[in-house]
Write a protein that binds this ligand. Sequence first.
Ligand SMILES: *Cc1c(COP(=O)(O)O)cnc(C)c1O
Length: 494
Amino acid sequence: MQDQFLENLWKVAQGSWSSGVLPSQESLSRARSSIPTKLPAAGASLESVQQHIVNDIVPAFNGGSLSPNYYGFITGGVTPAALFADNIVSTYDQNVQVHLPNHSIVTDVEYHALGLLADLFNLDRSQWHNGTFTTGATASNILGLACGREFVLQKAAERKGCVMGSVGEHGLFEVLQALDLSGVQVLSTLPHSSVVKAAGILGIGRTNVRNICRADNPLQFDMVALEKELARTDKVSIISVSCGEVNTGRFATSGMEQLSQLRKLCDQYGAWLHADGAFGIFARILDDSPEFATIKKGSEGIELLDSITGDGHKLLNVPYDCGFFFSRHPDLAACVFQNANAAYLTGGATDGPSIPSPLNIGIENSRRFRALPVYASLLCYGRDGYRDMLERQIRLARAIYEWIFDSPAYTALPQTNSKVDLVDQTFMSVLFRAKDDTLNEQLASKINATSRMFVSGSSWDGAPATRIAISNWRVDVNRDAALVTDVLAQVAQL
Ligand SMILES: *Cc1c(COP(=O)(O)O)cnc(C)c1O
């Protein structure tokens, strides 16, 4: 019965994306007017509620995850293995909150899923098998900056010879006052908006996230200015490396040498080194072929960092919501996130690895078993399967960029005279604009109005730009390159 229902739903889903990446205005209005504006006193039958959702609500969804031609945001899709596991998660509704090894296997699975992810990204388990699953990269960035805030203030206390408790215990204000500091700052280059949001949540303040970039390249650190900021005696610093910038898909660093330099500076000044690798960490899956050498270098050396953010619901192609957080400092998260005074929530001992209770190292107490789709998809595809998926995504982005570079109607961004260089630096994101200003103003909406593909409007160098972000497991390079270039030609009336 349940199987039949899911089977039918899947068929509806297939239909909704093959008919366009956006719902029709008619479907949207129908769905909107079908939503009751008041809670009914008496409930309806399960069957009628199912019919309402399938017939009225679902047709007004977009093809975000199901269509291989939805290139807005970075949505990813859902692999069949992940979809299967996610249905199990809802059906059995396990709460992954406390490690209770004699009551359920769920914390073991979550712990090992994190280990499999570390393997996928070539992170040495002896150093990196710490962290947790989160609701997404935003939450992971909150964890990274929170651990960083704790760490840099502990280091400042050591330097000043103070005995100081944690921020988690005493609050940021008291700790800063005791150390005679005016604040914590986050130093980055073109950080994702969620890093700024994390700073707002954590009492660091959004204005204290600062771009310390080179004049000739906004994505790379100005190392002289960076050291000057780290050396300040009135503030403590966290560095957030943009391991994959959201507009261009490019990387803030290009290899081990730069990362070693950053590591050295952070050790010298007691700073924390975090990477926002929401999608960029996936470059570590690539092999050593020359085709992908430049991209692979962008994520090289992040094993030297203190913490890393990654997203599950983007390139890993598991369903919303899922992110992950790696830390090289196993005991630090508990200083911030410990769930105080609840002795009944501590786990029992086992012979296996010591698995911390999730509620003491992350934001939530009760949590979804979001590690199971990750576990299932990793077992199903393995490293080779994920590499193949990523290679198809990169090759599609490159094919589109080459067409745009040669096109009389469009400009590839960031602007360059070298097609070889452009292709070489392309990960899974294509940024461009129309040469004609009037067309450029409406470019994203004109493309989306075709309903054959969906793109995000963005801005670059102070003018509108359009971004095609490729993240779906269903990518077929030839089929999709033909569709995208056909739509771009049609919109520019080529
Ligand atoms: C998407 C993204 C985020 C935010 O991730 P969510 O999963 O939406 O919370 C953070 N950083 C980067 C680089 C991203 O691409």
